[in-house]
Design a protein around this ligand. Structure first.
Ligand SMILES: Nc1nc2c(c(=O)[nH]1)N[C@H]1C(S)=C(S)[C@@H](COP(=O)(O)OP(=O)(O)OC[C@H]3O[C@@H](n4cnc5c(N)ncnc54)[C@H](O)[C@@H]3O)O[C@H]1N2
Ligand code: MOO
Ligand SMILES: [Mg+2]
Length: 559
């Protein structure tokens, strides 16, 4: 392979400039580079610790020679003449602190003196520029610290996707199970190219790539079911908003007032068991103005939820009274006998006794459950809209030439099987409170599958397919993802049965923005169901903004 990465090596040193033979770091750097066939040292120079001289050389190497990489050695310390960072920084269009930190982290592991380096790095045009300290030992250590990532970094700085380099570093491009041309069955792989991934690693791989969806404002109704609140909700209205009766009966002036009168004024109480005129009526209904006023010796007829007359301190239920006198036409009660003694406050809902103004009723992160309580609370305090995390939508696509709709009403032909995966997974999704799209069945043909996956990805946040992920010649999903959709398959097999060929991939979003997530679950119904619960539901929960998105785990011991 012809060496393709062109490098410039620049020694920055007053001494080296005066006596080129004294420069050992530059030659050492060249040897390190040339030990790797991918690099060619295209140019070398030595300049004094002089800002202008350094800038002139590096600018020419980046702008005129368009080198892939410029490595300098020297001038990064605390010495009064050291000015490499001051010279290089203004030339950089983008800094690359990660590279500098990596070098620094590795170097301080070796010697604390590395803390005295002020080395910098960055990109000018398409050239990666990295400054090393002056000592040959530091040059070697620094170069080794970044050797592994250097080709990748250069590829990216040149506008590459990094994919090629990545594949090379992983030992070459992944051989594909298909052959997007399923006719060439003899060419298929006889071993899976996907390593068996331990479950904890697979789970972490998925969760690392799931970021909660942004939040939106929604009206207070059943559309909130399953949503995660993205704000604290504070009551702006009290519940109840007025003093209300808990019972159907009579508002009275109760014991507290009577005792008060008796003690302070040596009164015998007027109210309590006895006969009273019914001077007012309060039916639970809206009314303008304030409540009627009740004086000692009077009672008011009241219904459950009715506003208490001013001055009333208790309510006696109708069962504990008897009618003494009514109006002639029977439409009014005039005198009623109270038979029971009631305590002050009895059968009264005080204003705000349930929820007070300013009280936090629901907290950010809380889930609006399908039980209804949260929605009820929001409704009771008059909140019109709340900020919640967007609800994710999951799409379900079954795959397989043998798979038919379960409800097609036709007898099965030999080799056909009813699609049980989609109804199963849709039911589980619904029960978990997420939205779904039913994407039907795709045939095992590269064209059909590619179109169905592409279309499906557009309609949902997470695409779930079942079938076609193992080793058969009709198992086309993985190669289609990688070869046609530019997807990255993060794992293609897991250390679990059922579910071994479970596949997780991220697919670039053609509309830009975040990559789309997709799970290729195995076709076997139990495998599909188990892996859905284990991987997809937690991913959906995380996407929906749940704080606790993982299943609880318990320690088990096999005896
Ligand atoms: N040579 C090997 N063969 C298989 C391996 C292996 O490691 N080496 N793994 C086995 C395991 S484990 C599983 S699990 C399955 C996974 O199969 P695929 O994901 O490729 O799925 P298909 O081949 O398309 O179908 C498998 C099975 O499931 C039935 N199926 C498919 N879709 C549905 C559906 N929607 N509803 C009901 N049943 C469905 C399909 O008819 C097949 O019987 O691979 C093993 N093979
Ligand atoms: O692991 Mo497969 O999922 O045996 O059924
Ligand atoms: Mg298969």
């Amino acid at each position: 392979m012809a060496a393709s990465l062109r490098v410039g090596v620049l020694t920055i040193s007053d001494t080296g400039f005066a006596d080129p033979a004294s420069d050992t770091s530059g030659p050492s750097l060249c040897r390190l580079l040339e030990a790797q066939p991918r690099y060619t040292v295209q140019t070398r120079a030595c300049v004094p610790d002089d800002l202008k001289a350094i800038q002139k050389t590096i600018t020419a190497w980046c702008d005129d020679l368009d080198l892939h990489l410029v490595l300098s050695t020297g001038g990064t310390g605390f010495g009064v003449r050291d000015c490499t960072p001051e010279a290089v920084l203004p030339l950089l269009e983008r800094q690359t602190p990660g590279i500098s930190h990596l070098i620094f982290a590795k170097s301080v592991e070796i010697t604390p003196f590395a803390a005295l380096s002020r080395a910098v790095s960055g990109i000018r045009g398409q050239t990666l520029v990295i400054t090393f300290p002056g000592s040959p030992k530091a040059v070697k250590e620094n170069f080794e610290a970044i050797a592994k990532i250097l080709p990748h970094a250069i590829d990216l700085a040149r506008g590459g996707t990094g994919k090629k380099v990545h594949e090379q570093m992983q030992g070459g491009p992944r051989p594909s199970g298909l052959t997007a041309d399923s006719a060439k069955v003899s060419k298929r792989l006889r071993k899976s190219p996907y390593p068996l991934t331990p479950m904890d690693k697979a789970m972490a791989t998925v969760m690392d790539r799931v970021t909660p969806l942004p939040s939106v404002e929604k009206p207070v109704n059943e559309s909130l079911i399953g949503a995660v609140l993205d704000e604290d909700v504070v009551a702006v209205e009290a519940v109840p908003g007025y003093r209300a009766s808990i019972l159907d009966g009579y508002a009275v002036i109760g014991k507290f007032l009577l005792v008060h009168l008796a003690v302070n004024h040596n009164h015998t109480y007027t109210d309590g068991p006895g006969q009273y005129p019914v001077t007012a009526v309060s039916i639970a209904t809206a009314s303008e103005g304030s409540a009627v006023k009740l004086l000692p010796g009077q009672i008011a007829r009241i219904t459950t939820g009715g506003a208490l007359p001013e001055g009333a301190t208790a309510v006696v239920m109708v069962e504990d009274t008897q009618l003494i006198k009514s109006s002639e036409d029977g439409t009014h009660e005039e005198i009623v006998e109270i038979l029971a003694r009631v305590r002050n406050g009895e059968a009264i809902r005080e204003t705000g006794s349930d929820i007070q103004v300013g009280q936090t009723v629901l907290r950010k992160g809380q889930v609006v459950s399908a039980v209804g309580g949260e929605i009820g609370v929001l409704a009771s305090i008059g909140v019109q809209r709340v900020r919640v995390r967007q609800h994710p939508t999951v799409g379900f696509l079954s795959t397989g030439n043998e798979v038919v709709n379960h409800d097609n009403g036709m007898p099965l032909k030999m080799g056909q099987i009813r699609d049980s995966n989609r109804p199963t997974l849709i039911a589980a999704t619904k029960a978990a409170g997420f939205d779904y799209v039913d994407l039907g069945i795709a045939l095992d043909s590269p064209e059909d599958l590619e179109a169905a996956v592409r279309g499906g990805l557009e309609k949902c946040d997470i695409l779930v397919t079942t079938g076609g992920v193992s080793m058969g010649e009709m198992d086309l999903l993985k190669p289609i993802l990688e070869q046609k959709l530019g997807a990255t398959i993060h794992f293609g097999r897991i250390m679990m049965k059922p579910g071994k060929p479970t596949t997780f991939a991220t697919v670039p979003n053609p509309k830009g923005g975040q990559d789309k997530l997709m799970f290729g679950l195995p076709g076997n119904p139990v495998s599909a169901s188990v892996t859905f619960h284990l991987f997809v539901l937690p991913a959906l929960r995380k996407l929906a903004g749940h704080e606790k998105y993982m299943w609880p785990s318990i320690q088990a011991e096999v005896r």
